[in-house]
Design a protein around this ligand. Structure first.
Ligand code: SF4
Length: 205
């Protein structure tokens, strides 16, 4: 198993194990915390379907025409894992673990199945990535779509950009307090994100 697959797999197993120890009210509380984010993701998904389903075809993934999904080792945040384990069925999580245990071909993302991404809610990095071809094809001729996309990007930041308390940081903290650690906890171990947090806290003093 590659280092990437091992880290991904460990994070999924860890999250699943911890969630099983929570009381029904503890679990319900976590689900409430992610509710607005899940709503945001549904809206982002709808936008992408409405505007990009014709441009981003399966053929594009298969032919490696674009960068998305044909890259190995896509960045996933620990919170991406938590949110997915919270809203996915046991079978869906088993499937993620199964593909991670297979020897990789190294030509595409390990999570790319025959019918697209196998995550229930794909990692935020993937959702908010548009290749140059897709951007130019749509935004050059539809400024209102570009405005809508920029609005979605601003909303994304409210969950993921830690110059203020954000969900992605909070979810990591919640697991750290419970005694867990994972290399996917970038909000607690990435120098770049730690810098954003520290300069935001200096400004607020
Ligand atoms: S995680 Fe899903 S959306 Fe992201 S690159 Fe892999 S297959 Fe594509």
């Amino acid at each position: 198993m590659s280092e990437y697959n091992r880290e991904q797999s460990e994070a999924i197993v860890l999250v699943r194990r911890h969630l099983k120890t929570l009381s029904p009210s503890g679990l319900a509380e976590l689900k409430t915390r992610i509710r607005n984010y899940v709503r945001f993701r549904k809206e982002a998904d709808q936008f992408l379907q409405d505007y990009f389903s014709q441009i981003c075809t399966q053929k594009c993934y298969q032919d490696h025409y674009s960068a998305c999904c044909s890259r190995e080792g896509i960045t996933t945040f620990f919170a991406d894992v938590v949110i997915n384990v919270l809203i996915s069925s046991a079978e869906e999580i088993d499937r993620l673990l199964r593909v991670l245990s297979l020897p990789g071909l190294g030509t595409k993302c390990v999570y790319l199945g025959k019918r697209g991404c196998i995550w229930r809610i794909k990692p935020i990095v993937c959702e908010m990535f548009l290749c140059e071809h897709a951007r130019k094809t749509l935004f050059d001729k539809d400024p209102s779509a570009l405005k809508e996309w920029q609005r979605l990007k601003r909303r994304e930041k409210r969950y993921t950009w830690p110059d203020r308390p954000v969900l992605f940081d909070d979810l990591e903290t919640c697991f750290i307090r419970a005694g867990y650690s994972s290399s996917l906890m970038y909000f607690h171990n990435s120098p770049g994100l730690l810098r954003v947090k520290s300069s935001a806290s200096k400004k607020s003093r």
